[in-house]
Design a protein around this ligand. Structure first.
Ligand code: G3P
Ligand code: CA
Length: 283
């Protein structure tokens, strides 16, 4: 019965355009995903952190997107600006230019000692289009939709940009150039309806101390739109990872910043880790 369900799901995925040629998430590789860039070493979600992530040979760069007051897709983690700038308010209350000026003058609060004079552009808040301009032909991205319910139309804007920047489809190695992840199932389903070829990862959180588990219904729902899931490493177990993979869902662990845990995740069979230290494992 399970086999029949699997065949039917695969056939449905193929018919909707999620075939191998579109670059599915690699199932037999352990991906090192640079979380907000190489954010252990340089301010997170900046061109500088992506440059270092590239130099450290990351498989993917993970970043977080929001919409500014003037409708620009911008890369920052928190919805409020306090944590990275000497200012207060929500991203949606600022234009891109205002955010750039703020980030260049007040700088990132936590500059890891690396925000050298004369490199302000590298540490300014980047628009997503600028990230693709600089790295689109060299790096692949996992793009996290943050709070999409607060940004009507963000899914359409993202799709338009991905198409314009030629970020849809696979790179020369067959890996998808752009993957979208979110804690928001609604946001992911909107993306799936707009373009079912883009691989999607559902982020799922579990209570502290709780082991990851999903019901058959939850898994079936995921299979209608997602290529896999992202789960905190603390909740992951070998049986859960293996069960998800049997059900056709890849599993990424977030956010792993020590080598021992990285190796544990690899040994448990996870498909990769999000890490602030993309040099955490030897290649
Ligand atoms: O990539 C997973 C992780 O990014 C989700 O958590 O808060 O770092 O965006 P956060
Ligand atoms: Ca994120």
């Amino acid at each position: 019965m399970k086999k029949l369900a699997c065949v039917l799901i695969c056939a449905a995925l193929w018919l909707t355009g999620c075939g191998k040629d579109d670059g599915p998430m690699p199932e037999d590789e352990f991906l090192v995903i640079a979380h907000r860039g190489a954010s252990a070493y340089v301010p997170e979600n900046t061109l500088a952190s992506y440059e270092l992530a590239k130099d450290l040979d990351s498989d993917y760069i993970e970043l977080d997107i929001h919409l500014t007051k003037d409708g620009e897709l911008v890369v920052m983690h928190d919805q409020d600006v306090e944590s990275t700038m000497n200012a207060s308010g929500k991203i949606s209350e600022f234009t891109l230019d205002e955010l750039k000026k703020l980030s260049k003058t007040s700088r990132y609060k936590d500059d890891k000692g690396m925000a050298a004079k004369g490199h302000a552009e590298m540490y300014a808040v980047p628009a997503l289009r600028e990230v693709f301009d600089q790295f689109g032909d060299r790096m692949n991205f996992i793009i996290e939709l943050k709070n999409p319910e607060d940004y009507p139309g963000i899914e359409e804007k993202l799709m338009e940009l991905l198409e314009a920047a030629d970020m849809i489809g696979a790179d020369g190695d067959g890996h998808p150039k752009a993957v979208i992840q979110s804690f928001s199932e609604e946001g992911l389903e909107k993306i799936h309806a707009l373009n079912p070829k883009i691989p999607l990862l559902r982020l799922i959180s579990f209570e502290d101390g709780e082991e990851a588990q999903l019901t058959a219904e939850e898994i079936e729902k995921l299979q209608t739109y997602a290529a896999g899931i992202g789960v905190s490493y603390e909740a992951l177990t070998e049986p859960f990872i293996s069960y998800m993979q049997q059900e056709g869902l890849v599993v990424y662990a977030y956010t792993v910043n020590d080598q021992e845990t990285a190796l544990t995740m690899k040994n448990l069979g996870a498909n990769g880790i999000h890490t602030d230290r993309p040099d955490i494992l030897e290649k």
